[in-house]
Design a protein around this ligand. Structure first.
Ligand code: GCU
Length: 337
């Protein structure tokens, strides 16, 4: 009996020291924290799992990658500040949320900038474009390292929108930003800027009649439970960017930096593939939820907001260079059709 007790004690001690060692081991690893607002089945999360796997397969003895989905670390508007301070190392964020820090991102708010998703995807994933967007990284304290597609944004409402008249005076949730506000006013509706996680509650309380987003928002955020009509007016193609803390990136050795940048490329490739394989399913799910999809002639929508483009470009000449690049991509797209 005494012997058995001794054995158990010895075993417990070994286990405890093994556990301590393991805990010690993981404590000594550097945590890389990633935040985003989407659910775990969303292409953004799938992309970041690929990022995590890549880093941990190459540098797993040094880094542990933790992904916080569903805005668990807070709304993107606040998490951006944490990225700047290197409290969070990576964030997936829409261009609207980046605009207050760097006006160049306002380009993506321009309605009907791209004629189709193929051109838009080529544009956002071009290394030259990311490079142009990264030019003020030092000053901004964050750097875009990968681009994720977010499809096309259209309106969805509690009542069917079949033409511009139907949209008049509707209260519409938008992402913050002067271009978004100007766009909604030009359409004749009332803009209600708020963060993504507030939209469901606002639809529920009738603070808003409509929102605008891609198809995933209907099912992942359950907006389709409350807004039953999705109208394909296709007013914006604005991506999300994976941004990294500058302070974190500059702490990496050259070899590590290369691996982190390969992981970002892996995340981008995976997000695009996941998007393309899931977007039609998202629409099917929304139909099952009772959402009606409405195809319309978008001519009058376009006419209302196209004048905005010159106004924005004249007011902010720093957008010109990127805008010209977008036009070049459009031209090349048209030539290859
Ligand atoms: C899209 C986009 C998100 C963004 C959201 C919004 O889903 O991918 O990054 O936060 O729109 O409308 O706020």
């Amino acid at each position: 009996m005494v012997n058995m007790l001794k054995k158990t004690l010895a075993l417990t001690m070994v286990c405890t020291s093994v556990m301590l060692f393991a805990a010690c081991g993981s404590d000594s690893k550097q945590t890389v924290t990633i935040a985003h607002t989407q659910v775990e089945s969303h292409p953004v999360h799938v992309g970041m799992v690929a990022f995590k796997n890549y880093i941990e397969s190459k540098l797993g003895d040094k880094y542990e990658v933790l992904i916080y989905p569903e805005a668990r670390l807070g709304a993107n508007e606040t998490v951006i500040k944490k990225v700047k301070d290197n409290e969070v190392q990576y964030l997936i964020v829409s261009t609207a949320n980046l605009e207050p820090y760097d006006k160049t991102y306002a380009l993506f708010g321009l309605p009907y900038l791209f004629s189709d998703e193929a051109v838009y995807e080529k544009f956002i994933s071009s290394p030259k474009i990311i490079h142009m967007l990264a030019k003020d990284a030092e000053k901004n304290k964050f750097e875009p390292v990968a681009a994720f597609t977010s499809g096309t944004r259209s309106f969805y409402c509690k009542t069917p929108i079949k033409n511009l008249l139907d949209l008049q005076k509707k209260k519409v949730r938008i992402q913050a930003g002067p271009v978004n506000i100007a766009m909604i006013l030009a359409f004749g509706a009332h803009p209600f800027p708020m963060s993504f996680s507030e939209v469901y509650g606002a639809l529920e309380k009738n603070t808003i009649d409509c929102a605008e987003n891609n198809e995933f928002a209907l099912i992942d955020q359950k907006h389709g439970e409350l807004a039953k009509y999705y109208t394909y007016d296709r007013h914006q193609m604005s991506p999300d960017f994976l941004i990294a803390s500058r302070q974190f990136l500059s702490s990496l050795s050259a070899d590590e930096a290369k691996i982190f940048s390969e992981a970002a490329a892996e995340a981008q490739k995976t997000e695009f593939a996941s998007w393309h394989s899931k977007v039609a399913l998202a629409k099917e799910e929304a139909v099952k939820m009772g959402v009606t999809f409405i195809d319309i002639d978008i001519t009058e929508f376009k006419e209302k907001v196209l004048p905005l483009r010159n106004l924005v470009l004249e007011e902010d000449t720093s957008l010109q260079e990127l805008y010209q690049e977008a036009l070049n991509f459009e031209k090349q797209g048209a030539e290859t059709k």
